[in-house]
Write a protein that binds this ligand. Structure first.
Ligand code: FUL
Length: 479
C-alpha cells in the first residue's frame, strides 16, 4: 500500500515521465462490433436537420392520400438558400429532405412518376426542389441527405412487384443527380396504395442497390443497416444507449425490435447500428399555420440536445417550411436561441487546465497534465474498478460533465459513477451507464476541487477520449 502511495506521489510530481509510460502502452484491441468510417463520421455530426415539405404543407395534412392534385403544391416564394442559411446558422451539419413522402409526390421531376413538381404549376413545371436544396447545401457547406418513402399512395404500380423496380429507379435518380448524400432515410410506415394493395418491399435488393449507388451514405431504417430509429418521435435516447443492435429475425417495415430495445440498443448486439433521435420543432412534421405558436423554445431544444447528443445519439430536428416555401420567423428565432444556448453552455470548459490520474491497462499509475483541455486520442484506464481522478487545481462550480468513449475501437463502458469532491469529501455522486460517442451529465451546480470517475463495469478496456466540465445556464438537471 505504502509502495503504491509512493509511486502515485512520484508520478504526480513527475507527470511527464509517467506520461512516457502511458505512451509505451500497447494499442488495445477492439471490443465487439466497431463502426465503419462512414458511421464514425456520422457520429461526429451530432446535429442536423430534417425538412418535411410537399403537398401536405398546402393541404394541411400529415399523411396525404396521394390523390391531391399536383397543383396543390404551389409555394409562392420558395428559397432553399434561406433554409440552408438558417440551418447553417443554427449549427446543423446537414439537411435531410423528404424528396417523396407517403403521398408519392416527387419534389424532383422523376421519370418514373406522373405525380411530381413537373405536373404542378409551380415554376411552370420547371422547378426542382431537390436540386435547389442540394445546391444550397453545397453553397453553405452543409451535407445533404434524402428521405424517400417506400410507401407510395399514388403510384399505380404500388402493390405489385414492378413497384420495387420503380423504387430502385427513383433511388438511382436521386443519388446520381443530387449526391453525394451523407444519409439515406427509409421510413418504416407501410400502408395500402391507391388500389388498396400493400407492397411487399424487396428490401434486400434496395439495400444492395443503395450501397452501390451511395457507398458513402449511412442508411437509416428502424433497424439499420447503418443507423436505427430511437424508438420514439420525441427526440429522446435511452440513458443507457448501446450503439449495438441484434437484427436477426427482424424485417424492415414489419416486425422491428421493441421500442425499448431500439431506445437502448443491445448490450451484446452483433451489429454497430447507433440510434438517431428524430423530432419536429413543431407538433407536426409538416407546416400547419395553427402550430405557429407551438414551436419548441430554445430551452426545450437544448433539453432535447442533452437527451439525444448528450446520450450518445444524434439529433435530427425537423424544421418544416411554410406555404411560401420559407422557414417561419418563429422557427428561426427558436433556432437562433438554441444555438446561443449551446454556445454559452459550452464556451468555457472549466476542466481545461487539469491533472488526470489513473491506472493504465498494465496496472501502472499515470498522471497527465493538460493545460488546454483534454488533448489525446484516448487514455486507456484498463477494465473495471478503475478510478480516473480529475484535478483542476482549484475549486470550480460546475453543473455539467462531458465524457466521451473512443468508439473507433467499440463501446465498452457499462456502468460508471462520478464522485464530485470538495477536498476529501464526496459532495455529490452521479451514476451513469453507457458513455459511447458523448455523455453529458447535468446536475445542480456544485463546487468541486476534484472529480473521481469510477469505472464500475466494462466489457474490456475503458478508453476515454474526452473529459470536460461546464457551468451551463439554467437548471437542466437530468431526470
Ligand atoms: C414517420 C412518418 O410516417 C411521418 O410522416 C414522418 O415522416 C416521420 C419522420 O416518420 O414514420
Amino acid at each position: 500500500m505504502k509502495k503504491i502511495f509512493f509511486i502515485v506521489s512520484i508520478c504526480a510530481l513527475f507527470s511527464m515521465s509517467c506520461n512516457t509510460v502511458a505512451k509505451q502502452e500497447k494499442a488495445p484491441e477492439a471490443i465487439g462490433p466497431v463502426p465503419t468510417a462512414q458511421q464514425l463520421a456520422w457520429h461526429d455530426l451530432e446535429f442536423y436537420w430534417f425538412i418535411h415539405f410537399g403537398p401536405n404543407t398546402f393541404t394541411n395534412k400529415e399523411w396525404g392520400h396521394g390523390d391531391e392534385p399536383a397543383d396543390a403544391f404551389n409555394p409562392t416564394a420558395l428559397d432553399c438558400n434561406q433554409w440552408a442559411t438558417i440551418a447553417k446558422q443554427s449549427g446543423a451539419k446537414g439537411i435531410i429532405l423528404t424528396a417523396k413522402h407517403h403521398d408519392g409526390f416527387c419534389l424532383w421531376p422523376s421519370k418514373y412518376s406522373k405525380h411530381t413538381v413537373r405536373e404542378s404549376k409551380w415554376e411552370n413545371g420547371k422547378g426542382d426542389v431537390v436540386k435547389a436544396l442540394s445546391e444550397a447545401c453545397k453553397a453553405n457547406g452543409l451535407l445533404f441527405g434524402i428521405y424517400l418513402s417506400p410507401w407510395d399512395r399514388n403510384h399505380p404500380e404500388y402493390g405489385t412487384p414492378e413497384y420495387n423496380d420503380v423504387y430502385v429507379n427513383t433511388m438511382a435518380e436521386v443519388t446520381t443527380q443530387y449526391g453525394p448524400l451523407f444519409e439515406f432515410w427509409w421510413d418504416g410506415a407501410n400502408g395500402e396504395g391507391p388500389n388498396g394493395k400493400k407492397q411487399v418491399y424487396d428490401f434486400a435488393r434496395f439495400e444492395k442497390e443503395i450501397k452501390k449507388l451511395a457507398p458513402d451514405a449511412v442508411v437509416f431504417s428502424d433497424i439499420g443497416p447503418d443507423i436505427r430509429w430511437v424508438g420514439n418521435e420525441s427526440g429522446i435516447a435511452g440513458k443507457t444507449n448501446w450503439n449495438l443492435l441484434d437484427t436477426a429475425g427482424f424485417t424492415r417495415g414489419a416486425g422491428a425490435p421493441s421500442q425499448d430495445t431500439l431506445n437502448q440498443g443491445n448490450v451484446n448486439g452483433k451489429n454497430w447500428i447507433p440510434a438517431e433521435c428524430d423530432v419536429s420543432i413543431r407538433p407536426g412534421w409538416f407546416y400547419h399555420a395553427e402550430e405557429d405558436d407551438k414551436v419548441k423554445t430554445p430551452e426545450q431544444l437544448f433539453d432535447l440536445y442533452l437527451k439525444s447528443v448528450g446520450r450518445g445519439s444524434s439529433f435530427l430536428l425537423n424544421v418544416p417550411p411554410d406555404r411560401r416555401g420559407l422557414i417561419h420567423p418563429n422557427d428561426s428565432a427558436a433556432l437562433a436561441g438554441f444555438k446561443k444556448y449551446r454556445d454559452e453552455s459550452f464556451a468555457d470548459n472549466l476542466f481545461k487546465n487539469i491533472s488526470v490520474r489513473y491506472t493504465n491497462a498494465a496496472g501502472e499509475p499515470v498522471t497527465i497534465h493538460f493545460d488546454n483541455g483534454f488533448a489525446k486520442d484516448y487514455i486507456n484506464a484498463g477494465g473495471d474498478k478503475n478510478i480516473i481522478t480529475i484535478d483542476p487545481g482549484k475549486a470550480e462550480t460546475i453543473n455539467c460533465i462531458l465524457l466521451k468513449e473512443y468508439i473507433a475501437l467499440g463501446q465498452s463502458i457499462k456502468q460508471f459513477k462520478c464522485l464530485l469532491k470538495n477536498g476529501e469529501e464526496t459532495v455529490k455522486t452521479i451514476e451513469g451507464t453507457t458513455i459511447g460517442h458523448k455523455r453529458l451529465l447535468t446536475f445542480d451546480a456544485t463546487a468541486v476541487t476534484s472529480v473521481d470517475i469510477v469505472i464500475e463495469d466494462t466489457k474490456g478496456n475503458a478508453l476515454i477520449s474526452d473529459i470536460a466540465a461546464y457551468r451551463i445556464p439554467g437548471q437542466l438537471v437530468e431526470k
